[in-house]
Design a protein around this ligand. Sequence first.
Ligand SMILES: Nc1ncnc2c1ncn2[C@@H]1O[C@H](COP(=O)(O)OP(=O)(O)OP(=O)(O)O)[C@@H](O)[C@H]1O
Ligand SMILES: [Mg+2]
Length: 390
Amino acid sequence: MTANDQAPSPPPVRPAFDAVTWKEIAHLLSNLPVTLIGFVYTAFMVATTGGLSVTAIGLPLLVCGLYGARLLGKFERMRARALLGVRVAEPTPLPGPRRAGGFFAWLWAGMKDPVGWRTVLYELVRLPWGVLTFTVTLTGLFVLWPVLPYLVRGMANVDRVMVRGLLSPSDELERRIAELESDRVVVVDTAAADLRRIERDLHDGAQARLVALAMGLGLAKEKLLEDPEGAAAMVDEAHGEVKLALQELRDLARGIHPAVLTDRGLDAALSSVASRCLVPVKVSVDLPARPAEAIEGIAYFTVSELLQNVSKHAGARGASVEVWRAGPRLLIRVSDDGRGGARMSGGTGTGMAGLAERLRAVDGVFTVDSPEGEGTVVSAELPWRERGLA
Ligand SMILES: Nc1ncnc2c1ncn2[C@@H]1O[C@H](COP(=O)(O)OP(=O)(O)OP(=O)(O)O)[C@@H](O)[C@H]1O
Ligand SMILES: [Mg+2]
């Protein structure tokens, strides 16, 4: 399970008709009608706007036509995702006339839109390919039954290459923007989940204790004259509540960003987390310097969540935490000798699924290896960023 599993490569060819092969067959058969529509639209659009390009409406019409081509590309990406399992990031939408800074800027940006033009190219080259794949697959279904899965996998792989090559965001920068946009959503989501957790902890913990304390003190005040002893007992109880409330507030603050991490770095902070774990933990932090605050914070949070899991679920006799730097990456490994069988829960924002998302948002990787009965090893990888440059 890796958080970076964006574009899984197709599974190896098996001479069997499994679900993957049937989906590929569906894709190859639907190639003909889809590419036919795409080709007719594109050829018509290029021919008409080419003919009209000398007139005033020619160029705006071309830009609108390219917008249409983008829609076709979107549909093709959806079809490839559903039937071929190819995940291609959506290109950034073109800005409208107002955001582009005027009609002519919009026209110019639309005319040289690489995504639109590459979709046009895709639609044009697809027609002969669509006819070929449709014919071969249909014939294969009747007469080439034993080798059909191999043929289908080969042709579907060509489809995968075409979709990745021609329908992905235009260049590395575009791809990065698309990735960052989805990461931003994750960061906002996890921040919102953190806020909810803090709110819940405050509401159920410290706040409830302070309310009980206020009531207890109110009663003690009333009893002070007639029953000083009873009042003293109540004040005593209230004193206990105050201590608990303080402890809860302290724990809450520690969960947000512990002072020891800011002051003394990961080694000391992780040792302090380890000392709160219910099983003995061996901590080894081998870092040449302190990484950027954000990275340090995520590393701390990751280890502290994982050790909480060890306390809660593992039933282990011991655990270990290792943190070290390997080139441009910061590596973390938390292992225990407990019962294993750890799985990422489906929900987002909390638990290991939340950790995986958090790490993905900074280009990190999160893997869980937890065979039933054989302990758990969780590895996390973060980019190393120098302090002060983050
Ligand atoms: N070290 C471990 N050993 C054995 N099982 C584990 C371990 N860590 C996690 N698990 C199992 O994997 C599940 C998912 O863990 P995860 O941290 O995502 O959720 P959680 O701990 O149940 O909830 P939360 O972390 O939100 O309080 C756990 O419910 C537990 O059954
Ligand atoms: Mg957990």
